[in-house]
Ligand binder design. Structure first.
Ligand code: HMG
Ligand code: MG
Length: 302
């Protein structure tokens, strides 16, 4: 089996990881988390989202967080936005990349962004155009690519359909997300292959939540089809407010450990990453969800 020689990880902890937290997390903590992630060697960080604060109150401090981070020229800072209102606020914060987010499930699209898939694409189109005109990169997240909390199993054809619509409006790369973590390796490979009908291998990433404990297996399955971009959250933070019961993304620490074991280059310092995970876990007052961090912290203590 030939795996990619290197992998790029996007830590989505500050955004996906924290968006579901009930207690407000101070902007200063989010800013320090971003700093610790870049110190650990992350080259891409999803910082925040420009969405309705009524829908996702935790992200209401988006501009403050973006203004507070100390940027490293080698790091790409991305933000989410679903519409032009969000774009206008986001662009003022000068992100390196803007992420529109749709779904392969009609029901999830309705619950998450209050519109049908076709309508979401109509809303994204001017966002994508304005983003490209501003010289900013643009990514598209596709939720529920294997399963949906409302519709159940999702056919790969639906993933291909949304990937094509995103490609047609100018989205440069896509995330194939298993929002509720129900995927298993072959299903995830099929979802990735569906996106790969419209985007090349450098422009498709895996975004796996770990609700059913399958995310590392799914990561390995994605590596087998050549995917080398992945999203993960430090300490396994997170969940989507519109996917009840879904837990966080696969922990970045666990993915890094897996990749190191396979001899795959990530540029990430695992010890520093574990420290970043401890920082945010201590702030949230609960243990890390990363198995690797737990194991290595126990070893450190001994
Ligand atoms: P809506 O109610 O249909 O929107 O919501 P609207 O256009 O009718 O506006 C309603 C109100 O929201 C208005 O304010 C707007 O100004 C305001 P009011 O007049 O009532 O005071 N508004 C905004 N405010 C700030 N920023 C904006 C914005 N847009 C409208 N951008 C909307 C539609 C899309 C806005 C709403 O559904 C929403 O914000 N949804 C966001 C949901 C979300 O953030 N979900 C989590 C991120 S996706 C995710 O986690 C999945 C992912 O990780 C991949 C995976 O795992 O699957 C990416
Ligand atoms: Mg997610």
């Amino acid at each position: 089996m030939k795996y990619p020689a290197r992998v790029k990880l996007i830590d989505v902890g500050p955004r996906d990881g924290l968006q579901n937290e009930k207690q407000p997390v101070p902007a200063a903590v989010k800013i320090e988390l971003v700093q610790r992630l870049q110190n650990a060697g992350l080259k891409e960080i999803e910082v925040t989202s420009y969405v309705s604060p009524k829908w996702v109150p935790q992200m209401a401090d988006n501009a403050e967080v973006m203004a507070g981070i100390t940027r490293d020229s080698g790091v790409l800072y991305s933000v989410l936005t679903p519409n032009m209102k969000g774009f206008e606020a986001a662009v003022a914060s000068k992100p390196d990349e803007i992420v529109v987010f749709g779904a392969a499930s009609e029901a999830f699209s309705q619950k998450n962004i209050n519109c049908a898939i076709a309508e979401s694409i109509e809303r994204f189109a001017p966002v994508v155009q304005a983003t490209l005109d501003a010289g900013i990169a643009v990514r598209g997240a596709i939720s529920c690519t294997v399963g949906c909390p409302y519709e159940g199993e999702i056919a790969p054809e639906k993933v291909a359909y949304v990937a094509r619509l995103m490609k047609d409006i100018g989205v440069q790369r896509v995330d194939v997300a298993d929002t509720i973590g129900v995927g298993t390796p072959i299903k995830v490979q099929k979802a990735l292959e569906a996106a790969l009908q419209h985007f090349d291998i450098a422009h498709v990433s895996g975004h796996f939540h770990d609700t059913y404990g399958q995310a590392l297996s799914n990561t390995l399955a994605a590596l087998e089809v050549g995917v080398w971009n992945f999203q993960s959250s430090v300490a396994g933070l997170g969940g989507c407010p519109y996917a009840k019961g879904a837990t966080g993304n696969v922990a970045t620490e666990d993915v890094v450990y897996l990749l190191q074991g396979l001899g795959i280059e990530t540029g990430i310092d695992l010890d520093r990453l574990i420290d970043a995970g401890q920082f945010i876990s201590e702030h949230l007052g609960r243990p890390t969800q990363s198995r690797v961090a737990k194991a290595l912290l126990t070893k450190r203590a001994g």
